[in-house]
Design a protein around this ligand. Structure first.
Ligand code: SF4
Length: 296
């Protein structure tokens, strides 16, 4: 008789929302207890299932363009934060603002505003290492008062003219390696020209700590399922880390995808992890579904 060996399935102990996202979800849930509807600009969290759960409770997603037509409404600012222009629009619409900007992002915005004032006096510029269309970066650029430039990688940084002082920052969810490359480039090139340069490694420590832990977790398993919303910048970054550590890593964003996954017969252990915006409840459901499929 051939023994049917069970596959060991484990959830990454570090998986689940970061505190910035947990905080914004908890506060939204609290508000929805005694309100029929509440508006949020953009996606509160980059996770389709979590969004639809909150929408069933009365959360409504709006775009920046909708603010003008929504008078006297209650509107949430999500963890990524917003540029000052959004607060002005909300004020004009007489909105009640619930500001759930993550405290780490808030500190970064304040730092950028301060350094921007200094750079304006030096005729310099603020460079942000991040994704151009990411909501956090759009918010940060608003605090850089028209002297901000976004670079997504070293190649883009190398296109910038080297004729004025630079202050370099990072989007909170970007990687240290990319930041260090750009920092080193500016440091070398500007010091040759005797031009002022300063840098602030403003990556979120919560994300930074998660990367080495995920690397270790990915190596400990034969197969890794990484759960994240398709638009999560942190999800893309952590997935890359996991995939490099273990090429048998699969990106999954919805529970139903689990039924289509083909697990090679030699696999003995599966790890499940996710982005800082992936709910632990979804990861648990995925584990349950896998157990039912594979270990019946
Ligand atoms: S990843 Fe860090 S900065 Fe971003 S929301 Fe979470 S705790 Fe805040």
């Amino acid at each position: 008789m051939v023994e049917n060996k069970k596959i060991f399935i484990e959830i990454d102990p570090n998986a689940g929302f970061c505190f910035g996202v947990t905080n914004s979800i908890k506060k939204t849930e609290e508000l929805l207890k005694d309100k029929d509807e509440i508006y949020v600009i953009g996606e509160l969290v980059h996770n389709e299932e979590e969004l639809s759960r909150l929408m069933k409770l009365g959360m409504k997603k709006i775009s920046h363009n909708d603010i003008v037509s929504l008078k006297n409404k209650e509107i949430i600012i999500r963890a990524h934060g917003e540029p000052p222009s959004t607060y002005e629009k909300l004020k004009d619409s007489n909105a009640t603002i619930y500001d759930f900007t993550c405290p780490i992002v808030l500190l970064l915005q304040k730092k950028i505003s301060l350094v921007t004032d200094k750079m304006l006096q030096m005729n310099g510029q603020v460079v942000i290492y991040g994704l151009k269309n990411h909501p956090e970066v759009i918010g940060l650029m608003g605090h850089a008062n028209n002297i901000g430039v976004v670079v997504e990688n070293l190649e883009q940084a190398m296109q910038l003219p080297l004729d004025k002082p630079i202050a370099l920052f990072s989007q909170t969810t970007k990687d240290r390696e990319g930041f260090e490359e750009i920092k080193e480039y500016f440091e070398t090139q500007l010091s040759k020209r005797n031009i002022h340069f300063e840098s602030y490694a403003t990556m979120c420590k919560i994300v930074a700590k998660r990367a080495p832990a995920l690397q270790k977790f990915a190596k400990e398993h034969d197969f890794l399922i990484f759960v994240s919303g398709k638009d999560s910048s942190n999800g893309k970054y952590l997935y890359k880390i996991a995939k490099t550590a273990n090429p048998n890593t699969l990106f999954v964003s919805e529970l139903k995808e689990i039924d289509k996954i083909v697990i090679p017969s030699e696999i003995k252990s599966i790890g499940i992890s996710g982005a800082t915006s992936t709910p632990l409840s979804l990861i648990e459901l995925i584990k349950e579904r896998l157990e039912t499929r594979l270990n019946r």
